[in-house]
Ligand binder design. Structure first.
Ligand code: 7UC
Ligand code: FE
Length: 286
């Protein structure tokens, strides 16, 4: 196996052997240090994909079944291919800055994506490193957010399911609040595996920043989103990286230090991607 820098962000992995504990350990260590690994030359069916991810942690089924692969529910399918009654997966997923399961009590540790159908252009994922972003905050802003908490909710980006047609929207919103009540975490908290401070906020899912005495501070949320680059509609902010991929690539990223945002092409070209997310109770291997 060979691991080499991708450029200024992430690594490229060649000749990875998913059955080798040593290879898995080395890739995992690299992902927690470099945030993203692109494994080249891999073609896995959904069963094999979950088996590979299981080498890194415990695969978790997404809580909403409309995303599940029909044979392997641990595989989350993002697809714009409309096959009518037979539709598999959900189109235009993650088209907003977020971290996966940021709105749940425990966000995923690692996300794996394996693109099945790659359009010829305008498909990729933007990333921002929120551990690096913490170090770039001004000392004043760092002090202002020190004792605050951030609230996260999926409310704004919950996708209407086919079964929601003709339902009153108030009933749907009540269901969202019941199944996924807003979660609160310290705005800056140590990365669960590396201990680095992470300013874990996103434009799509963070709804509020609140001080220790209970004051809502929308101004601080706005400042943090601006400082981290998440309000830049041109995507030219220096903190934003565009990760592109080709068929046979498998992306692994550290979901607790990164926010990401999908770039979906606006043409009618088919695009299908498989995803598996895991909880990693082992952490960074020695
Ligand atoms: O359809 C989507 O954009 C899914 C999103 C609300 N959640 C992805 C996740 O893993 O948190
Ligand atoms: Fe995502």
């Amino acid at each position: 196996m060979r691991i080499s820098p991708q450029g200024d962000f992430g690594v490229v992995v060649e000749d990875f052997d998913p059955t080798s504990r040593d290879d898995i350990r080395a890739v995992k260590r690299t992902v927690y240090r470099e945030r993203i690994a692109v494994i080249k030359g891999i073609n896995l069916d959904p069963h094999q994909f979950v088996a590979l991810a299981r080498g890194f942690g415990e695969p978790v089924r997404y809580y909403e079944p409309i995303y599940h692969h029909p044979e392997v529910p641990e595989v989350f399918v993002s697809s714009n291919v409309d096959t009518g009654e037979q539709r598999v997966g959900v189109p235009k997923t993650g088209k907003f800055w977020h971290s996966d399961y940021q709105f749940m009590p425990r966000p995923f540790d690692l996300t794996f994506t394996h693109t099945q159908v790659v359009p010829s252009h305008s498909r990729g994922t933007y990333f921002i490193d929120l551990a690096a972003a913490y170090h770039r905050l001004s000392p004043e802003l760092r002090r202002s957010v020190a004792d605050t908490v951030a609230t996260h909710s999926v409310r704004r980006y919950f996708k209407i399911r086919p079964s929601d047609v003709y339902r009153p929207v108030s009933e749907l919103l009540a269901e969202i609040d019941r199944k996924t009540p807003p979660v609160t975490m310290p705005t800056v908290h140590p990365h669960p595996h590396t201990g680095e401070p992470v300013v874990y906020v996103s434009e799509g899912l963070t709804t509020a920043i609140t001080t220790a005495d209970g004051t809502d501070r929308p101004d601080l949320l706005h400042e943090l989103l601006t400082a981290t680059g998440q309000l830049d509609g041109t995507f030219e902010h220096p903190a934003i990286r565009l990760q592109t991929f080709e068929r046979g690539d498998l992306l692994i990223w550290d979901n607790r230090s990164l926010v990401h945002r999908a770039l979906h092409n606006s043409t009618c070209e088919p695009a299908v991607s498989h995803r598996v997310t895991v909880y990693d109770d082992e952490g960074v291997p020695a």
